[in-house]
Design a protein around this ligand. Sequence first.
Ligand code: 6PG
Length: 254
Amino acid sequence: MTGAVSPHVIVKVLDDHSALARAAADEFTRCAREAVAARGQFTVALSGGSTPRTMYEALAGRPYRDTIVWPSVHVFWGDERHVPPGHSDSNFQMAYDAWLSRVPLPPGNIHRVKAEMSDARSVVADYERTLCEFFRLQAGEFPRFDLILLGLGPDGHTASLFPYSHALREASRLVVAPWVDKMSAYRITLTLPVLNAAASVVFLASGPDKAEAVRAVLRGEFEPERLPPQLVRTPSGSVTWCLDRDAARLLEQR
Ligand code: 6PG
C-alpha cells in the first residue's frame, strides 16, 4: 500500500521486515542512480539502530551490489553513539559489518563520526569539519545529502533527536551532541536543518512496538516537541516512510 499523508510524504506499507528491507534498498538504489547520473556522486547519511541492518545486508548482496557504482557513493551517518568503532553500540560498526566491508566501496568514501574521542564536543567539531570540507560549505550553508535514512524510536525520536530535546531548536549548527538522559550518554546527531536540506529522506520503521509512534507522527496532532519526525520536512525534497504491516497497523484503522 502506498499513500500520501501530505504532498511531500509518501507512505509505503510492506508485508514484512524483509520486504521492507528490499523496498528500502530499492529506494537507495534509485536515489543513487539518479544522483550519480546528475552529479557524478551519491551522498547518503545512514541511520543507526537495528532496523536498517537487513537493508544493509541486502545492499551487500545481489542484485544491489552489482548495480550500484560504489566508487561514486559517499557514506556518512545521521547519528552515532559516543563509543569507538568496534563497540557493540557503534552505528558505524553495524553498517560496516553488515554491508560496507562486503562491497567495493573505497575506504576514503566512508566518512564516519569519530566518536572514539572522549570529548563529545571534539567529535562534533570534527564531524562538522568533515561535512564542511566534503560539501565545500560556505558559512551558514547546510549540506544537501542526496539521501538521509532515518529510524523511529517507540518514544518518537529519530536520529538522536529525542522528544523535548534542546537539539530540536538548533537552527545553525550542522551537528550537535545532546546528553540523552534515558541512555545516560551523549549522542552525536545531524541537526534538523541538515535533515531538511536533503533531497530525499526515507524513514524505516518495523515491528509492532513502532505502531503507536508511527500513528502519532503521521496521523496524530502536530506535536513536534513530542514527535521530532514531524519537524522533518524537506521543502524541495521528498519524505518517504517505509513501514512493515506491524508498524503500520494503527494507520489503517479508521
Ligand atoms: C540510533 C538511531 C535511532 C534509531 C531508532 C530506532 O542511533 O539508535 O539512529 O534513531 O533509528 O532508535 O532503532 P531500532 O531500529 O533499533 O528500533
